[in-house]
Design a protein around this ligand. Structure first.
Ligand SMILES: Nc1ncnc2c1ncn2[C@@H]1O[C@H](COP(=O)(O)OP(=O)(O)OP(=O)(O)O)[C@@H](O)[C@H]1O
Length: 814
């Protein structure tokens, strides 16, 4: 029986945990038994282990006595406990199969701390006690240092070391008040011990964009080294000076010469952060600030229940639910793929030459190596106009003639030009590595999506809740289905079934089919629906309208709770300030996923388009978000109405520039290279990403893992949508019956969201009777609610497009 790869690190982890516990007990015991045991241990040394005659008092026997004496007496004294802590952490790390790199960092830090503390303890307490408090190493260093620096000098040295640590590692800003500085220091150390990335800088500056560390720089004036090609790992950055003075960054080259730079894929190494990435917009930039939800809550009646017992925990509905673990996903071993120095040089030369052909001189080229493409950022010579390069974009691309060249002229916010050239050996970005990344694991977003990696190898996590809807388009076979799966996987990995529900629509009946197994956990559908994934167009229309009703109902709940959005509402509910007996309930986010909406638009047109538009316009505040995908990026599918309501868009490779324009309002998607290479646009910024890859078997593993667990007894049902009722409402009314001013009056009422007859009278200069008749017609069509005495009527339609649909329907009925 062989052990699978997966189990070996776990076994190792368990062993390390055992060692950590063993050493802890032995060390604690040493504190009490050292005096009695020390003679015996020193007498026998390591022979103690085989000397049956020797007896010791250490709670863990001769081995315990030997090891604790070795570490505490001979080595580091009491700070030896820090090393035991490290062994424990390493054990946990192996057990969870997390990234190893942070462990190396932790080891270095703990080692330095151990030595530092042993010196400190020896120095301060060494002469006061017989106990080897700072250990042999601490005593040795203190005796030598005091000889050289004197006692006072040692104190100063220790203070200097502490100061250096606080300035360089903890990045404490000493400008703050003493309390603030203290809080930052405590924060820093506690985050180390909690195993988080230590907090750096002050609480005030911590959220500011990271300062850019210096990067590696290479000069093209250096001899070419083909044949002796230096290897650069993806994410590395290279500068080439074309002319002009050598820059300081030359130093970087000297340090890097002949070295092989490898970067772990789950982190952004120093090299990648040479500059604030001109293209890669971090997740924060993608987030749209919570806007006004349009609900006037000032008059709303708050139904607050003053029960301040334990907060409500929605996850207790399924208390034993276990989120899928990362081992269900495949770990790709592709860290070895690198970009060849010769490849970089050749591309650089070709770019310079091509530009020279067009009489464009440049002063500097910098290369940033991403997983799929390398970005060459060019600084044009003074006097060269960016517009000239922009105009020559197509010619330049043609001259460079490699598939997938994209020119960004200029890179937004910088006076430079970007040329992206595909790497010979593109690197796969696995779902597992993005989900495993610190960024995803610590993401505090409502609906985090791990989309892939930027040109700088940074994992990009976007919050769907803030997008707030996503349009995904691209030609067939370029990665759209994989992309949709990675979006769903992100949610499944991060969320409990009580927190998010998925409504899935799949007219092609293939892509989303496996998710049916999540029926009792993550899916939401209509009552009486036999297949949890909706495929038929008529059902799709029902489900979309049902979601509109769900949205309206949620708005009502929010209004009653005087909450502006789902977050505020749920916060109140969790704090038990809303009474469930009055209809309040915890509201999960709802994500509607439509894989291939082209077929729907083609067959049902406005009937599908309008509820999608209505949802997209209004559903954000109540936690309903849409992800719609198509492989037919033409204007009759991605209509103006759809586009206007989906600011966040993903484009995979398309065949023609016009398709790219249809999706993104910009070219570029036609120059992608496929296989998950994509552009993410969020209201203007376009970021190139290599999408995370997840294969169907992996998806199935995750689905089975969840599906085989106990789920809800009742699935999450959306409100009934009854077309008959709607028909009955307008049944007696035909288009011809409508008043000539009906449309104008309705538009007025909807735009003002104020259902008053006197307003129609006043604004449209109509008599009382006529205005009243129009109001009745509106009620019959369900545009406004019934009369409420002297109060204005409730307006039931939120936007004019919905009105257009009503009127079109009526007109078509004749
Ligand atoms: N992120 C990715 N990384 C690497 N390869 C990918 C990635 N995404 C897709 N591919 C490759 O491209 C192939 C097609 O991807 P996918 O099935 O997602 O395309 P699609 O656009 O959905 O196609 P269709 O429209 O026919 O369903 C995959 O089988 C895979 O080999």
């Amino acid at each position: 029986m062989g052990l699978s790869d997966e189990r070996i690190p776990k076994l190792f982890g368990l062993l390390l945990l055992f060692i950590a516990v063993y050493l802890t007990i032995a060390f604690v015991s040493y504190l009490f038994t050292w005096k009695i045991d020390q003679d015996r241990v020193l007498r026998f040394s390591w022979k103690l282990l085989s000397e049956d005659a020797a007896t010791v008092d250490n709670w863990l026997g001769r081995l315990g006595a030997f090891l604790s004496n070795f570490f505490i007496y001979f080595c580091f004294g009491v700070p030896s406990f820090l090393l035991v802590y490290f062994v424990g952490r390493l054990g946990l790390n192996r057990l969870r199969r997390a990234a190893l790199r942070p462990m190396a960092n932790l080891f270095v830090k703990l080692m330095l701390a151990t030595i530092g503390f042993s010196v400190l303890l020896s120095f301060v307490f060494g002469s006061l006690t017989d106990f080897p408090i700072g250990g042999g190493i601490g005593d040795y260093l203190v005796s030598h240092l005091s000889g050289v620096l004197g006692g006072f000098g040692v104190i100063l040295l220790l203070l200097l070391l502490v100061g250096l640590y606080l300035v360089f590692e903890a990045r404490i800003d000493f400008n703050g008040s003493p309390a603030q500085i203290r809080a930052d220091v405590v924060d820093h150390f506690s985050s180390i011990f909690r195993g988080k990335q230590p907090a750096r800088g002050t609480s005030a500056t911590r959220n500011a964009p990271a300062a850019a560390p210096a990067g590696a720089a290479l000069s093209p004036t250096l001899p070419r080294r083909e044949g002796n090609a230096r290897i650069l790992a993806p994410g590395g950055t290279d500068d080439f000076e074309v002319e002009g003075p050598q820059t300081l960054s030359e130093k970087g080259l000297e340090q890097l010469k002949g070295e092989q730079m490898e970067m772990p894929m789950d982190s952004v190494g120093d090299l990648t952060l040479v500059t604030q990435d001109p293209l890669a917009v971090g997740a924060d930039n993608l987030l749209v600030a919570d806007g006004d939800t349009g609900i006037d809550t000032s008059l709303a009646v708050t139904e607050e229940n003053q029960d301040h017992s334990e907060p409500y925990d929605p996850t207790l509905d399924l208390p034993s639910y276990e989120s899928p673990h990362l081992q269900l996903l495949v770990e790709f071993d592709n860290q070895k793929q690198e970009v060849d120095r010769a490849e970089l040089e050749a591309n650089k030369d070709q770019i310079i030459e091509t530009l020279l052909n067009y009489k464009i001189e440049i002063t500097k080229i910098r290369a940033t190596i991403g997983p799929t493409v390398t970005l060459y950022e060019i600084v044009p010579a003074p006097g060269v106009r960016i517009s000239k390069i922009k105009n020559l974009e197509d010619d330049i691309a043609l001259s460079l003639a490699a598939l997938g060249i994209r020119i960004i002229a200029p890179i937004p916010g910088r006076g430079t030009i970007g040329i992206e050239v595909p790497n010979k050996n593109p690197q796969m970005v696995s779902m597992r590595e993005v989900l495993e990344s610190e960024k995803f694991r610590t993401a505090k977003m409502d609906l985090p999506l791990a989309l892939g990696k930027t040109i700088k190898n940074e994992v990009l996590i976007a919050d769907l809740a803030k997008m707030p809807h996503l349009l995904v388009a691209g030609a067939t076979g370029q990665g759209k289905s994989v992309g949709i799966n990675s979006i769903i996987m992100s949610l499944l990995y991060k969320k409990h079934p009580s927190q998010v529900k998925l409504v899935m629509i799949d007219p092609k009946k293939v892509e989303l089919f496996p998710y049916a197994k999540l029926e009792a956990h993550f899916l939401a559908f209509l009552p009486g629906q036999t297949e949890p994934i909706t495929t038929e167009t008529t059902k799709v229309i029902h489900i979309l309208n049902s979601l509109c009703i769900e949205m309206d109902q949620r708005y009502d709940l929010l209004k009653k709770a005087a909450a502006r959005n789902i977050k505020e509402y749920n916060e109140k509910f969790v704090a038990r300030r809303l009474n469930p007996e009055k209809g309040h309930k915890f509201l999960p986010f709802i994500v509607l996923i439509i894989d291939e909406f082209a077929d729907l638009i083609m067959t049902a047109g406005k009937e599908v388009e309008m509820p999608i538009a209505r949802l997209a316009q209004l559903s954000r505040a109540v936690g309903i978000h849409l992800v719609i995908a198509t492989q037919r990026p033409s204007v009759n599918i991605i209509t103006g109405v759809i586009k206007a309501n989906f600011p966040a868009r993903i484009a995979y490779k398309v065949t023609a520039k016009v398709d790219s324009r249809t999706i993104l309002d910009a070219g570029g998607a036609d120059q992608l290279i496929g296989r998950g290479d994509m552009l993410l646009s969020n209201g203007g910024d376009v970021v190139r990403l290599q999408g995370a890859f997840v294969d169907t078997p992996e998806v199935e593993e995750v689905i089975n893992f969840i599906g085989n667990q106990r789920g809800y007894v009742e699935p999450y049902l959306l409100p009934e949508y009854n077309t008959d009722e709607e028909m009955a409402g307008s049944g007696s009314l035909s288009y011809a019956d409508l008043d000539d001013m009906f449309e104008d009056a309705s538009r007025l009422i909807i735009s003002q969201q104020h259902g008053s007859t006197s307003m129609i009278q006043r604004r449209l200069k109509l008599g009382y009777n006529r205005a009243g008749r129009i109001m009745d017609q509106m009620e019959q069509l369900g545009i406004v609610g019934p009369a409420q005495g002297s109060k204005p009527r409730e307006v039931l339609v939120y936007d004019e497009m919905e009105l257009t649909r009503f009127i079109d329907d009526l007109r078509n009925k004749g």
